[in-house]
Design a protein around this ligand. Structure first.
Ligand code: HPA
Length: 268
């Protein structure tokens, strides 16, 4: 049976063939971050991830399912538009295949973006928040299973790189930081669950990113995480969150948050 490392190496070889090499960083654009790609740099070429080994089809509206080579100044980026989620019925291995493939393709940095509900009333809807740490509530890990050796016990202290967070703060000084809680979803949370998350120390809630961050650290990548706050979390407003609201907030802010990412890339 092909293991995760072999599958990532296979996909990376296909990327080298189709998109070339010399990648410095990978950027995973989450829900609503699609417009950010234009601000990152020049999209040289892109293909559907389903043309590569190991990627399942993504069917969520707002998730493109492509991977492209973007020239950002003298940096070369491997940019995923759309990601794979647990809630589509995928395994932790499938969810993290893109990050592992990026590492195998030579990237040293992973920029993970997402749409999130904000638990802090002062967060601006449509604004970015730098992820300072995470709480993995998915009940799974990309390093469980039979294929990993003792390196599976990955150290997650400073998982979100202090160096990259400082670069982001330098680019955009007023950007707040927060702890991201990753749940399986796909239902939105109840107000009681949001209260529980607040008591746990979470500032942001979403349905992605946490497994990718673990896999990225396992592969030795430096990680920057940025959430776009698309709504205040359940119970904080009269109406609960909706998928349309998440997409709309992303569409309205994609370009501005793209500029933040480009600022960090330029300072790498
Ligand atoms: N909860 C979970 N995931 C989300 C939310 C939310 O409120 N907003 C965007 N993604």
């Amino acid at each position: 049976m092909t293991n995760a490392r072999q599958l990532a190496a296979e996909a990376a070889a296909q990327i080298a063939d189709r998109l070339g090499g010399g990648f410095d960083a990978t950027v995973v654009l989450g829900t609503g971050w699609d417009d950010a790609v234009a601000e990152l740099g020049e999209l040289e070429k892109q293909i559907s991830t389903t043309e590569l080994a190991g990627f399942p089809a993504s069917r969520v509206e707002g998730h493109g399912g492509t991977v492209g080579a973007v020239a950002a100044g003298d940096r070369r980026l491997l940019v995923y538009r759309g990601r794979v989620h647990l809630y589509e019925g995928n395994s932790a291995a499938a969810v993290t295949h893109g990050v592992r493939t990026a590492a195998a393709a030579g990237c040293g940095v992973a920029v993970l973006t997402n749409a999130a509900g904000g638990l802090q009333p002062h967060y601006r809807v449509g604004g970015p928040v730098l992820i300072s740490d995470q709480i993995n509530l998915t009940g799974t890990s990309p390093t469980e299973g039979t294929e990993w050796g003792t390196d599976r016990f990955v150290n997650l202290v400073d998982a979100y790189s202090p160096r990259l967070r400082a670069l982001a703060a330098d680019t955009s000084p007023a950007t707040p930081e927060g702890v991201y809680a990753g749940l399986r979803g796909p239902h939105f949370e109840t107000p009681a669950e949001i209260q529980m998350l607040r008591n746990m120390g979470a500032d942001l809630v979403g349905m992605s990113t946490v497994l990718e961050a673990i896999a990225a650290r396992h592969c030795g990548l430096e990680v920057l995480g940025v959430s776009l706050v698309t709504n205040l979390a359940a119970g904080m407003t009269d109406e609960g969150p909706s998928h349309q609201e998440v997409l709309d907030a992303g569409a309205a802010s994609g370009m501005a948050v793209g500029r933040l990412l480009r600022g960090v890339i330029d300072r790498l």
